[in-house]
Each structure stands twice: as structure tokens, then as C-alpha cells.
Design a protein around this ligand. Structure first.
Ligand SMILES: Nc1ncnc2c1ncn2[C@@H]1O[C@H](COP(=O)(O)OP(=O)(O)O)[C@@H](O)[C@H]1O
Ligand SMILES: [Mg+2]
Length: 246
């Protein structure tokens, strides 16, 4: 077969054509890895309930561009079109590192601490992620990158949005079976010490407000599935901090 050199643009156009049904597709070009992202393919009733998959993709492109202009740690946006965008590979996700049995517990904890510090730093620059769970953060040689951005940056309600980020980050830790309670508590203490005091105050008061859910759900613990278990774990690991007066 004759070898035809293709330009990067041509290659991407071809990939878009060949992978129309794929939400996310990792590919290699001249030794480097990239990700092609396209709108979510929704079926049946979801098409009616979530009609804006393409709008969501366009919104994500805008957020990415804005984060880049603010020098926030997001993957480089290589190119984009109406139905797709391509970003640079930013390494393995934080959850993939946690699930890798070859890594020591100490290394894993360091990766989680790096993620927490990156979130604190992101907040310090006045930006929020929207849903900073471990599968939407990558780690490579000590550098954390935020992917799958949700929150369009506005100055409005920043405290509430940062609070939501921190709660979702902690909840994300609790969802991962491979992360121990000791590690979770270590990260909670780290945030209490280094994080934004006002945000932490809001995190505690929000969780206190919702603590009744935990007591209501407690009898169901033996049959709880992943999401519920994560809520139990969050409240259990926060029980010290949630005592009044802390
Ligand atoms: N730039 C990137 N670098 C490394 N991994 C990525 C990158 N973009 C996506 N991924 C991987 O693909 C997964 C899905 O991508 P994501 O943007 O989170 O899509 P979705 O909105 O469907 O969750 C991520 O959890 C991550 O594992
Ligand atoms: Mg995601």
C-alpha cells in the first residue's frame, strides 16, 4: 500500500468521520497522544430530557479557552469544530493511579494530596471546576490537570461553587473503594489546614444541615450501593469535624 503523509488536520477530520458515535477517543499522532471529544450520544427518552449535548460540547470548548487564558491547569486545546474538539493527553486520571496495584500507598496518597492542592490553587485564582472527581483530574510527574470542565466561570456565587467543588471532591474520594478511610481523613485534615477557611466553614455547615440524611439512611447501610456507601463514608469520615464547635 502506498504511504500517503497526512496532515494533522486531515487526520483529525478522518478520525471525526470514522468515530462519529464515540464520546471520547484517544489517538496518537507523531508519537504524541490526544483525545477527540464529541457530543454525548443520547438514546430514547434521554434525547428529550437532555436535548443540548451539542450545546454542552460548545460550552466546554468556551470554558477550556477561558481557563487557558487564565493559565489554569487544563489540557491544551489543539483544534475544534462544531461537533468535536481535540485536546492533548494530560496523563492518567487520579482514579487510575489509585487503582494501580503497583504503586505504594504513600505514592497514592501523594497523588491525592497533589490533586487537593491543585483544587485549592484553582480556587485561589477565582476559578471552579464544577465536579472535581478523581476521573476528571489527571496526574503526570507531579502535575495535576483538570479535564471535563463543568462550571462556566462567573464571579457569581463563587463561595457556593467552591463549597460544592470541595464536597464533590471529598465525595469522589469516598466513592473509590481503593481509597482507605485513613487516606480520606488525611485529605480532610489537609483541606481544613490549607484550604480556604470560609469555604471550609461552608462545607461543614452544609454537611451539618444534611446530616439528617445520614441518620435516615443509616439502617439501609447493609444493602447500600456505591453512591449511598459514599455518602455514609463521607459523613463517617467527617464525624470529628462535624461535631459542633469544630
Ligand atoms: N486530555 C485528557 N488527558 C487524559 N485523559 C483524558 C483526557 N480527556 C479525557 N480523558 C479520559 O477520558 C475520560 C472521559 O473524558 P471526559 O472529558 O471526562 O468525558 P465525559 O464528559 O464523558 O465524562 C476521562 O475520565 C479520562 O479518563
Ligand atoms: Mg468525565
Amino acid at each position: 500500500m502506498e504511504f500517503l503523509p497526512t496532515s494533522f488536520e486531515e487526520y483529525i477530520a478522518q478520525l471525526v468521520e470514522e468515530n462519529r458515535h464515540r464520546r471520547i477517543y484517544r489517538f496518537q499522532y507523531q508519537g504524541k497522544h490526544y483525545w477527540l471529544k464529541q457530543p454525548e450520544q443520547l438514546r430514547g427518552i434521554w434525547k428529550l430530557l437532555k436535548p443540548n449535548a451539542q450545546i454542552a460540547l460548545q460550552k466546554e470548548i468556551q470554558i477550556l479557552k477561558y481557563f487557558v487564558s487564565r493559565q489554569a491547569p487544563v489540557p491544551q486545546l489543539i483544534t475544534y469544530g462544531e461537533h468535536f474538539f481535540v485536546v492533548e493527553d494530560a496523563g492518567r486520571t487520579a482514579i487510575a493511579w489509585q487503582e494501580d496495584s503497583r504503586l505504594s500507598q504513600q505514592r497514592k496518597l501523594q497523588i491525592l494530596l497533589d490533586c487537593l492542592h491543585a483544587l485549592i490553587q484553582l480556587h485561589q485564582t477565582g476559578l471552579v471546576h464544577g465536579r472535581p472527581v478523581l476521573r476528571d483530574m489527571t496526574w503526570q510527574d507531579g502535575k495535576v490537570t483538570f479535564i471535563d470542565l463543568e462550571a462556566y466561570p462567573t464571579e457569581k456565587d463563587l463561595l457556593r461553587k467552591k463549597t460544592k467543588d470541595v464536597i464533590l471532591f471529598l465525595y469522589g474520594l469516598c466513592r473509590a473503594k481503593v481509597i482507605s478511610d485513613e487516606q480520606i481523613q488525611c485529605l480532610i485534615r489537609e483541606y481544613a489546614e490549607l484550604g480556604d477557611a470560609q469555604v471550609w466553614h461552608e462545607v461543614l455547615s452544609t454537611l451539618r444541615r444534611y446530616r439528617f440524611i445520614y441518620y435516615i439512611l443509616l439502617p439501609f447501610k447493609p444493602i447500600a450501593k456505591t453512591d449511598l456507601i459514599a455518602i455514609y463514608r463521607l459523613f463517617e469520615n467527617m464525624s470529628f469535624q462535624l461535631k459542633e464547635g469544630k
